[in-house]
Design a protein around this ligand. Sequence first.
Ligand SMILES: NC(=O)c1ccc[n+]([C@@H]2O[C@H](COP(=O)([O-])OP(=O)(O)OC[C@H]3O[C@@H](n4cnc5c(N)ncnc54)[C@H](OP(=O)(O)O)[C@@H]3O)[C@@H](O)[C@H]2O)c1
Length: 471
Amino acid sequence: MLLQTLEIFNENIQLDILREDLRHPFVSGNKWWKLKYNLEEAKRVKASAIATFGGAYSNHLAATAAAGKEQNIKTIGFIRGEEHDSNATLQFCKDQGMELCFLSREEYRNKNISRFSFPDVYIIPEGGSNKLGVQGCAEMLGGVGEKYNYIVCACGTGATMSGLVLSAFPHQKIIGIPVLKGADFLHQEIEKHLFSFQNSNKNWELVLDYHGGGNMGLAFARGLVKSGKFKPEQITLTRRMLRNVEAIQAEGFPATRDNAEAIKGADAIILAVLPQQVNTVLDDIKNTVDVSSQFIISLISGVTSSDIKGYLNAKIPVVIAMPNTAIAIQQSMTCLAATNNDKKYIDISTELFNTVGETVTIDEGQMTAATALCACGVAFFLRSIRAASQGGTEIGFHSHDALKMAVQVARGAAELLHQHNSHPEDEIDKVTSPKGCTIAGLNEMEHQGFSSAMIKGIILANDKAGTLYKK
Ligand SMILES: NC(=O)c1ccc[n+]([C@@H]2O[C@H](COP(=O)([O-])OP(=O)(O)OC[C@H]3O[C@@H](n4cnc5c(N)ncnc54)[C@H](OP(=O)(O)O)[C@@H]3O)[C@@H](O)[C@H]2O)c1
């Protein structure tokens, strides 16, 4: 059993991770279990090949290709979209001997493979999510036994979670955290899987609030309260679904589904919905908003202050804010912008956003660039940390130790710049010695295009962000 115990500071709780990622170098995680009985079945029916479906970056395709090679069964991958020769996942599939067939989006949606002729193939659905996949996943907990009260898993198609529910002991509760937003459909999927095993266990729950939650809006509200400058009762939050409203109320915030009612008496109205949702919210508040005493702060990417004023047909002051996901831990880099007379609302907005990180005031025309550098930037630095941890594993550390080391090194490097108010090269000079290993490593990275890759990535993200929200 591949168990890793996490150190947490509560002696009444033991938290272990089942490291399925270490089960097999290429068929790891739940893939191994989802494929187990499907491979057996394909052999039993003497199929000529196994065919399955996935996107161009599908782990399921890669795992099926590797498993097919290991078990000496031909594999066929039906890929959603155009041919992507340069994609490492698809190259891996090809290297394992998988035959790749590309389907248009419509063909893929209908799983229409009639253009291809493969007699006697055994078809595994996308993600390996069928009854045999569930049967395999039911063995995943194996010898873990009765010791755990809660088993928590990520949930993509519902097959893994269904398997875990099938094998759960009566006192255990299985909690699934959907990997995608809007995953209400998983309830039906899991019930369908359980029904096919005549299982009616109710000891499971999907935590859907993890998404939505208003990532940005709720994190901002929590930060304002945590700063001690605001009390929860001063911040009214709105959501569309009653269930979500109640969850927010439980945190002490007044919450409602009524946007028009919510803004009554407010000084600042903060818009933190998705771009496609903003017009509905503006319609809701159009007749209630008081342009003489209220101002709007919009966090919505790609929506300008003149879009908002134009839609409301009102001269309401608008500040545009671009935070990032580190707002959840009060470490956001938030860029703020306003035009003309609205600039007087920048000070109060700065004060508000300083409770959840740092702020910089920019021109509104630079908001797209701020999206690329600060919002997308979180992902760019996270990928650098992942690369460092992968390097660490290759030179001999267990992946969890390598990641821990890389995270703390990155944190230390950022803090050096922050606390010394220095330039990266000043700090780099302190680590590099003549003919030393650091300069050798750095120069090799530069030969491989490290700085250039980061710069080009930021430029491309900027170009792309500029086109995403064109009306
Ligand atoms: N993620 C980033 O790095 C980042 C950075 C800067 C800016 N932003 C921007 O921040 C905005 C919010 O992003 P997010 O990640 O927080 O999105 P999110 O998690 O989907 O939050 C949107 C919230 O709006 C609520 N909502 C939608 N329609 C509503 C309506 N008519 N009335 C009341 N509430 C409504 C949703 O709740 P219900 O579904 O329950 O109604 C949800 O809580 C986006 O425009 C995004 O572009 C994001």
